[in-house]
Design a protein around this ligand. Structure first.
Ligand code: ZN
Length: 507
């Protein structure tokens, strides 16, 4: 009887009302996520129309659930001061308020227009990119910029539309703060890149050819399992573009294979595993609330990049995995020495294509996009002027000039769906991962030696304790300050790149 009363009281409190609504929204979103995953992985070719209908209905239901007045009423009651809240509950209320306000400020017709245009823009881009047809794509991009500015206006950020675009992905960051750290990073990277280019040491990834897909899949499964992805609460499949979807109890990641570029599949999979382990490490008990959600895309990217780069490209990692790699690919590696294999893993070669870039050049690709996005939003640059501006800046930063827009401003998918302010997350993620890594290696002695013994548990535990378990309690900037004792800086990343690549290339 007593228990029943407790349950009744708990069920009728404003906090439990809020949780019930968030739970419903989370469940709807997770169903949409699975449908989206299935679309990329399993969908028969002629079933796209049915899937589009299913997705549209789910989007409608999710939107309704996300602006349900019951959420606003519960939040109001919880903010009135009449209800005593724990510190966890205060975080949930603060973040749920932020999400709710942002959703209700957008008129329904605007959300529909934006969703439609996002899909139209994506399809226009898939046609324009292979055809090198900037003119056919430009009107879609122009409208995307217009919609993004309108969205910022609805949110009360009309005079800082680009800041709003950034804040959507990474709360707390602004263009001004990013400009400072990117400026310092660029200054440090350009001379390093030049020195590596003059090194007599040359990496040759092209020698790794003819790696059968089945054996790649087997090895990749072993690696991702060993570093700590929980296959009881997730899986890996194949899709044209690798991604990671879902959280908590069900994390789906994908990879794609190329028999003549095995490093691409392997490091793509380790990258997605980093994303996946972050999602699996978020507190399950809070899975539907902001405490069970990640702290922005830069923090997310820091997790994937740390496993991909600091771990996957380390000597220790290869000391442990190389014998197994050779067991699986004996004939392909017969004339490749251990040092050449390690060099292939850490090849530094300039390319015009961001996704094919090594970790030294990668940040320069992002700095280029960040500068152009800022100018697009400030009006300093029109969409029509973009291809030329892209090529000029590419030549200035990367020392190479694209000869087509296909390998220039048409190469990325992001803008085609209206995702502005997203690119900086990649580079900020690299910085965060290096800064966390520096602190971690100071606090956990011999963690790199663990890798050579195939042990990755101490690293994962440290990340779970310091980052994953915090959910959205802190912004990425706050979390970096708390964990490392210093504000976000490009210096740990520069020091890490200098150490690894300076040594390897003898420069
Ligand atoms: Zn990623």
């Amino acid at each position: 009887m007593v228990e029943e009363i407790t349950v009744f009281l708990a069920m009728s409190s404003p906090y439990s009302d809020l949780i019930r609504q968030l739970q419903r929204l989370h469940t709807l979103c997770s169903v949409t996520g699975i449908l989206g995953w299935d679309e990329q992985v399993n969908l028969p070719p002629d079933s796209a129309d049915l899937r589009a209908e299913q997705m549209a209905l789910m989007a409608e239901l999710s939107h309704e659930a996300s602006v349900n007045p019951a959420i606003g009423e519960a939040l109001q009651a919880l903010e009135s001061g009449d209800v005593k809240l724990s510190s966890d509950e205060r975080v949930v209320v603060r973040e749920a308020r932020r999400d709710f306000d942002r959703r209700v400020r957008l008129p329904g017709e605007f959300v529909t227009e934006q969703t439609r245009h996002s899909s139209a823009g994506y399809h226009a881009w898939t046609r324009a990119k292979p055809a090198n047809d900037f003119a056919g794509y430009a009107p879609f991009l122009t409208k995307h910029v217009e919609l993004a500015k309108r969205e910022a206006e609805y949110q009360g950020w009309g005079d800082r539309a680009y800041d709003f675009a950034i804040d959507k992905h990474d709360p707390g960051f602004t263009a001004a703060t990013i400009e400072v750290v990117f400026g310092e990073l660029r200054e440090g990277l350009v001379p390093l890149v030049k020195r590596i280019a003059t090194s007599p040491v040359k990496a040759d990834r092209a020698r790794l050819r003819g790696f059968p897909v089945e054996a790649q899949a087997k090895f990749l499964r072993e690696v991702t399992d060993r570093i700590g992805f929980n296959y009881q609460r997730g899986r890996i499949d194949v899709s044209p573009h690798p991604f990671c979807e879902g959280s908590g109890a069900d994390v789906r990641m994908t990879t794609c294979y190329d028999i003549d570029d095995p490093m691409n599949s392997l490091f793509g999979a380790i990258h997605e595993t980093g994303h996946g382990m972050y999602e699996q490490g978020l507190p399950l008990a809070h899975h539907a609330t902001p405490l069970g959600q990640h702290a922005g895309m830069a923090m997310h990217e820091s997790q994937s990049r740390m496993w991909e780069n600091q771990v996957g490209r380390s000597r220790g990692f290869w000391r442990y995995f190389e014998p197994r790699y050779r067991e699986e690919f004996g004939s392909q590696l017969a004339h490749v020495s251990s040092e050449d294999l390690y060099l292939a893993v850490n090849a530094v070669q300039p390319t015009l294509i961001r996704v094919a870039s090594d970790e030294v050049h990668y940040n320069l690709h992002i700095i280029l996009r960040f500068e152009l996005e800022q100018k697009l939003f400030s009006g300093e640059l029109t969409v029509e002027e973009l291809p030329r501006a892209w090529n000029d800046l590419c030549e200035a930063i990367l020392g190479r000039r694209p000869t087509t827009d296909t390998e220039g401003m048409l190469q990325d998918v992001h803008w085609s769906g209206g995702a502005f302010g997203y690119f900086p997350s990649y580079c900020l993620g690299n910085m965060i991962s290096a800064q966390l890594w520096q602190t971690l290696t100071e606090q956990v002695a011999g963690v790199e030696d663990d890798f050579a013994r195939g042990k990755f548990g101490r690293l994962l535990e440290w990340l779970q304790t310091n980052v994953h378990s915090q959910g959205r309690r802190y912004s990425a900037l706050e979390l970096v300050q708390r964990v490392t004792g210093a504000p976000l800086s490009p210096r740990p990343l520069l020091a890490y790149l200098e150490k690894r690549y300076g040594n390897l290339y003898g420069v």
